[in-house]
Design a binder for this molecule. Structure first.
Ligand SMILES: [Mg+2]
Length: 360
């Protein structure tokens, strides 16, 4: 079954409220949608989220790479050669992981639609109900505590708390949130590279002494500081997770061989798509290191694709896919329902290109 055309569409989606981390403040997002049309009319869809601060990928860069580098490798090729096509995409250029991810998602979606199977079935899994978290932006301790309380009343039982703006204030922020939500709520802390290694140890040890139980601390130090991650991990009891330090399968091996972290956070926009995400989860499994799947500030298509990956891999045990809940326009989302993600039994990722109101 030949791939006939690959077309792109860009969409700006406003956020309901600003999303603030130690790295950036976001008020709207722009996503690039990929439509991969097969000769029988089936359309596979994918999307990419430009995050220059994290991946280096811009909207124009993503469009250019897909149009001029990736699409020519796929047009007129047989989609039944899926693994060979995926390899060609990964080998086509250095970096550009967001563009590669969008095209991979469209390929997997088109292929599973062609076979008439949900993507998670194609990938060999059947966890169709996933427990999601919700993020609290970095803000004053009082505002963060109020927001956390509100989210718990809405049904969330896992919160991701963004910090990394100022060490002393971060302790106050986390203490205020814990006080507001009580002891049973799972708190995942994300410093987004905002601390130095010794500072991170001081902060986390202080929270441990005050018996603020934290499920994990994500990326306490700079992405390139693998020794710093290891230093933090070795000086605290709280599990440490890599996010911005992990893009490729080789990054995963380096982190795991160095015993630098307790957990990995996999995102399709960093790995360059689904196949590397699955490979990283399997590599981590052989080191007994569990994985979370997360996303950038992305529209539903790529986030739902990430949920299919999570549904199919036993070593992805944590879900951080709240991005669509921040958007004014859910881009046809019937899957991500607050604290629960329910994947449909429709073929592919379960989203039809017709529901996007974009002509292909
Ligand atoms: Mg993170």
């Amino acid at each position: 079954m030949k791939i006939e055309t690959i077309s792109l569409h860009t969409k700006v989606i406003p956020l309901k409220k600003p999303f603030k981390t130690a790295l950036r403040t976001v008020t709207s997002i722009e996503n690039v949608f990929v439509f991969l049309k097969l000769e029988n009319g089936i359309v596979g869809i994918g999307s990419a989220a430009p995050t220059v601060a994290i991946t280096g990928d811009s909207t124009e860069g993503i469009k250019d790479i897909i149009k001029n580098v990736l699409a020519p490798l796929l047009v007129n090729k047989d989609i039944h050669n899926l693994n060979f096509l995926l390899t060609a995409i990964q080998n086509a250029c250095i970096g550009n992981t967001s563009a590669k991810a969008a095209v991979e998602i469209a390929l997997y979606d088109g292929y599973s639609k062609l076979l008439g199977l949900p993507l998670y079935t194609l990938l060999g899994g059947k966890k169709t109900l996933l427990e999601n978290d919700m993020t609290v932006s970095v803000d004053s301790a009082e505002n963060m505590a109020n927001e956390a309380k509100k989210l718990i009343s809405e049904g969330f039982s896992i919160l991701k708390i963004k910090v990394g703006k100022n060490g002393e204030k971060d302790i106050e922020r986390i203490l205020a949130v814990r006080k507001a939500v009580g002891p049973s709520v799972s708190l995942r802390i994300d410093a987004n590279q905002g601390w130095r290694a010794k500072e991170a140890v001081k902060i986390i040890q202080s929270l441990e002494r005050q018996q603020v139980n934290l499920t994990l601390v994500e990326q306490p130090v700079d992405a390139t500081d693998i020794e710093g991650l290891k230093f933090v991990k070795e000086h605290v009891f709280t599990p440490i997770m890599a996010d911005e330090s992990l893009f490729s399968t080789r990054d995963a091996i380096r982190l795991l061989e160095n015993k630098a972290v307790d957990f990995l956070n996999i995102k399709l926009m960093k790995t360059g798509g689904i196949r590397n995400a699955l490979t990283i989860a399997s590599i981590a499994q052989s080191y007994n290191v569990e994985c979370m799947i997360g996303s950038m500030m992305e529209a539903s298509i790529s986030v739902v694709a990430a949920a299919h990956v999570a549904a199919s891999h036993p070593n992805i045990t944590m879900i951080d896919l709240d991005a669509p809940l921040w958007l004014e326009d859910l881009t046809v989302d019937h899957h991500i329902l607050k604290e629960k993600i329910i994947l449909s039994e429709d073929s592919g990722i379960g989203i039809s290109h017709n529901s996007l109101s974009i002509s292909v």
